[in-house]
Design a protein around this ligand. Sequence first.
Ligand code: T5A
Length: 214
Amino acid sequence: MRRGRFITFEGGEGTGKSTQARRLATHLRARGHEVVETREPGGSPGAEAVRHVLLSGAAEPLGPSAEAMLFAAARADHVDTLIRPALAAGRIVVCDRFLDSTRVYQGALGAVPAALLDALEQVAAGAARPDLTFVLDVPSEIGLARAAGRGAAADRFEAQGADYHGKVRAAFLARAAADPARCVVVDASGPADAVEAEIARLADARLSAPAGAS
Ligand code: T5A
């Protein structure tokens, strides 16, 4: 049975992931694809309940390893109830953040050991791995200004300092460099329409290739 495709958006705060995930989903539907839009942390009722605990900072005193376990618990529910069934039905899943975010925020920044993250990844995601990941890249001060411009209060991760967000950016670029068959870095500092056109072009090219081809 032909499996659907799994596309993720990754990057630091305010790089435009939510905006571009929504626009790509619209583009793909216009081309006749069945698309499921979702996000992490969250994406299913159980995972959305955990999202609040994580982003409010309530879990921060437990430390990065416990936070990684909570992200994984949310992810396990999200994958079981939404992502895996959608892929099995041949749909395209477009997800705003996924495994790379854990590797960057809890791994590279939180120093959670890779062996623990490997185990959590296997339990939570199993074989549900992205086929294509757009890593949106902008200087972190621009991303933070964009995120602040939305007017909402900063969450537990956004509230970290400039040095932290510079390291987040570098860690996402390192993830992309380590897996070039899956990851495409997109310069997201230009206007949203230009970024959207570039992502649509890249996605169309990838989707016209057979599943599993890179
Ligand atoms: N996290 C998450 C972990 O630590 N571990 C994990 O495993 C996971 C999954 C999630 C937080 O959780 C952490 C990382 C995060 O800190 P969130 O609320 O989902 O928190 O926050 P973000 O994913 O960072 O979402 P943001 O909304 O902050 O950023 P986006 O989605 O990148 O940006 P977007 O599209 O909302 O745009 C932000 C603003 O910029 C404008 C938009 O209109 C909007 O106002 N904009 C642009 N402006 C100018 N030019 C462009 N090209 C623009 N594109 C968008």
